[in-house]
Write a protein that binds this ligand. Structure first.
Ligand SMILES: *Cc1c(COP(=O)(O)O)cnc(C)c1O
Length: 499
């Protein structure tokens, strides 16, 4: 059955999957959502024997119904190839009786690679299908990991350019170096003096800037988004939850139909929303454990039904979760409002004007599948140290937040169902925080000394992504204020207004 997409803020106009991917964000500022969540056609027993690529096809074909079999298979083959350093693509690792779904085996060693390896292929295919001749300009705000993963995905892709904005003082040194050393003459990286929310708000404003859009169209260009607001990011993320369940079944860790819980370190709410979609496709998932760091706006929301971004923005050791406006939550709000775009649009208006909104009791009842909690900086560091001492396994800071929250969940609920924790980054990406958590004596070492030490004590090879940037030259040095983002974009695109 065909799946069409409409905006969370206006249910009237429906577009195909390829059109939704091309546009990224709807003109009314809303996010594209599928008109229904399709049900898995394959049984888990069949999926059990499938490779990651085959599973990806089984899942994605149900959402991207206007892509031909050939188109989708080609996208999948090009995405999930030797860029991943393991054939499993997303291996499950057991530690302390819980399963860590390692989503960091791609080119930039964070889970963003799972979707951003395929998005450029989906997007260029979508452009071809819709006879779009314009050059696609990818405009992206990053809290650290999306930026590099999107740059790696789009670098050198014909017919595209990519511009990435990141908070100058809000990413780890390794994350920053990864971005600033990006090759490819269609890539552009800009640090902004502000935080991630400033970058994301600025990017959304550029998307909605009609005058800029017109000048771009005249120059043969159009914007699209590689942020997790793009449905082409969300759909590939559903795959690994289906895959993880099938692999647990294959390995005899669960019975067919047995419910598992999923814990996800959360920022923009894309990853956990994908798990929710997987559940709605029929994967036996019980609770969705939403883990936040000290920016615990989501925890407060699940407890009180009030979303309130009016609070201090905290810089933490898990920077990819330092977010106060969780964009993808809008897709869930729309759903619990009974797919009512008007109700959702009003709430989002209140969020942008007053910085907060309240959901009704009836909407709140529909959140029973979710459990929210958070871990502070001390708890996160303690979790890394404990895990290392208990098992030798080294967690990155984001995964450690989820691991700490999962322990709170078990303590509170006594629910000991088999649990999968989404492991969203390699510890090599956040070496200083990780090593300091294990022992403060490491504080004196340089970033790359820490890399080698981590490899030694964790008995894991240094990933290619890190080796590559050790000596790579810095190729980007633009820094701007948040008010200058438009001018910077115009300059890069060569379409500055005549004055
Ligand atoms: C992006 C990111 C997250 C947050 O994922 P969302 O989909 O934005 O909730 C968590 N951990 C890491 C390492 C990330 O890069």
């Amino acid at each position: 059955m065909e799946v069409l997409y409409s905006s969370t803020r206006n249910g009237e106009r429906k577009v195909t999957a390829s059109q939704a991917i091309l546009k990224g964000l709807s003109d009314d500022g809303g996010l594209f959502v599928p008109d229904h969540i399709p049900t898995l056609e394959c049984s888990m027993r069949d999926l059990m024997e499938k490779s990651y690529q085959e599973t990806a096809y089984e899942v994605m074909k149900l959402f991207l119904t206007d892509f031909t079999q050939d188109e989708l298979m080609t996208c999948i083959e090009r995405a999930y190839d030797s860029k991943f350093d393991t054939e499993a693509v997303a291996p499950l690792v057991e530690a302390e009786g819980t399963y860590y779904l390692e989503l960091f085996h791609g080119a930039t060693i964070a889970f963003k690679d799972m979707a951003l390896s395929i998005l450029p292929h989906l997007m260029t295919t979508a452009a071809r299908k819709n006879h779009v001749e314009n050059e696609i300009v990818i405009l992206t705000a990053t809290s650290g990991d999306t930026g590099k993963a999107a740059l790696a995905g789009f670098a050198g892709v014909e017919g595209t350019r990519i511009i990435v904005f990141y908070p100058k003082d809000g990413v780890s040194p390794i994350q920053e170096k990864q971005m600033l050393t990006q090759k490819g003459n269609n890539t552009f990286v800009v640090g902004i003096r502000g935080n991630f929310d400033d970058a994301q708000t600025g990017v959304k404003a550029l998307f909605n800037d009609k005058e800029l859009g017109e000048r771009m169209a005249n120059a043969g260009m159009q914007f699209s988004s590689a942020n997790s607001i793009n449905i082409g990011r969300l759909v590939p993320q559903v795959v690994y939850y289906v895959y993880a369940y099938a692999k647990l079944l294959k390995e005899g860790r669960i019975r067919d139909g047995e419910k598992i819980n999923v814990a996800v370190p959360t920022g923009n709410f894309g990853n956990i929303l994908a798990a929710f979609y997987a559940k709605n496709m029929g994967v036996p998932i019980g609770r969705l454990i939403c883990a936040s760091n000290e920016n615990k706006v989501l925890y407060d929301f699940f407890v009180t039904g009030r979303y309130d971004r009016n609070r201090e923005f905290m810089l933490t050791s898990s920077p990819s979760m330092d977010i106060l406006i969780s964009s993808n939550l809008e897709r869930l709000i729309y759903r619990i409002a009974g797919n009512d775009a008007k109700i959702n649009a009003d709430l989002m208006k209140s969020l942008s004007e007053a910085g907060s909104y309240d959901i009704t009791e009836q909407m709140k009842e529909q959140l029973a599948d979710f459990y929210g909690n958070y871990a502070d900086e001390k708890e996160t560091a303690k979790r890394i140290k404990e895990m290392y001492e208990n098992t030798g396994y080294i967690l990155d800071t984001h995964t450690a937040v989820a691991s700490a929250v999962y322990r709170k969940y078990v303590k509170e609920t006594k629910d000991t169902s088999v649990t999968v924790i989404a492991s969203t980054a390699s510890p090599f990406k956040f070496t200083r925080s990780v090593m300091n958590a294990i022992d403060t004596k490491y504080n004196a070492m340089s970033d790359f000394e820490l890399v080698d030490e981590l490899s030694k004590i964790g008995n894991v090879a240094v990933p290619n992504a890190i080796e590559e940037i050790r000596t790579a030259p810095i190729l980007h040095d633009t820094v701007c204020d948040k008010t200058e983002m438009k001018a910077v974009v115009e300059r890069f695109l060569g379409i500055a207004a005549q004055s």
